[in-house]
Design a protein around this ligand. Sequence first.
Ligand SMILES: [Fe+2]
Length: 425
Amino acid sequence: MRAENNCYPVWGEAWDQMEIQAEYFDDGSSFIAIDPVSINPGYLLDFSLFDRYLHKKGQYRFRCLLLDSRSIPKERLMELLRSWDQVYIHKNQNQNYTEYVKNNLEFILNHGEIDVRKKTQTLTTLSTQVINESFAANFASKEDCIQVVQNIEKLISQAMEFISDIESLKGIADLIGHDYQTHTHSIKVGWLTATFINANKELFGVKTKSQLRDIMIQATVAGFLHDIGTIKIPRHVINKEGKLSNIEYVLIQSHTAYSTSLLFETQLPRSSMQTILYHHENEDGSGYPCGLSGDQIPLIAKICHIADVFDALTSKRPYKPARTPYEALKIMAGENPYLEILRQFEAEVSGNPKVPVVAIVRDDYEAKLRRLREREMLEEEAQKRVEARNKLRDKGMSHCFDKDLLRRFILTINKSESFDLSGLL
Ligand SMILES: [Fe+2]
């Protein structure tokens, strides 16, 4: 049912002071649809709500229902919000609306009447904005770095109850299979890590809910920021569509150290920093940056690693299709037939005393040519190593993960019933 003639408040002069009109005729492109139940009646709204009617073909009439919430009793506002099916805001007030969502995210995500998909959309839109701001921050000062972390912590703290609930994985399922984008990847990795920790809390030996919540927040912050160091790597390398050369591969690997260094002065908890630094370490010691193995790798870093690879495999890239969750987990849990060959190859390469990249400064032409040839040969060798690694990745990755954690990850995901994993367990 729609309420008629109830624009609150319509107080004469106020209209003249507002940039918003009482009525618009528009093709719809100037307005954004929002769900009235996502409006918190207890919060002062500084944006207007509109109703929409079809005026003529291709044109709508948008009529103001509520100018703002300053002079309407809360009870009356609740009544009205319940009577409206769909409301609209003018895009000129989108900034005000975004601020409202930032401050009321917990209200929206924990609202029983809002659909999980709408909650997911709200969370991803806001998270994308906050993560984009973080990636765009220049990190020139300690204050910039601290601000980035505070914004992420505020967002995660409000979203924690929602993202740590198995039911919310329906939202993740909807985000799977799309093009890889760093910000959505970061959101999903943080989200999956939080859900996993909540579903496997016995691994952490905590006694209180608040201790568990602290761990989940630290892990999710790490998930959101784990790839922030990629901002220091040349764009053409990050966005390269073809196979990476060895140098490019080494550059990409440096993002873990860059991430840690950018966040060094933010006083992020130790566990978040460790997760960010070690999220590419493999269980058998073949990962980077330190080649840690087994118990040397912190627990949350191992979980973040699993979530990271799962999301990377299920995302579409210009050079590869998206795997289904079933296919991705099968690769992750599979033994690799080329493992011994690769280990031998890695041992030969690491036993090679030559430095891969050298500065050629001497004038000796013959020596220059010889050094260039050596460098080319090393590049070829390195390229083979990169290709072998890619081959290895496709054929089975069980050596990369803690077996018990990976099994738990599969079980956790399977609980949501949003993923078809039958036959895998
Ligand atoms: Fe990474």
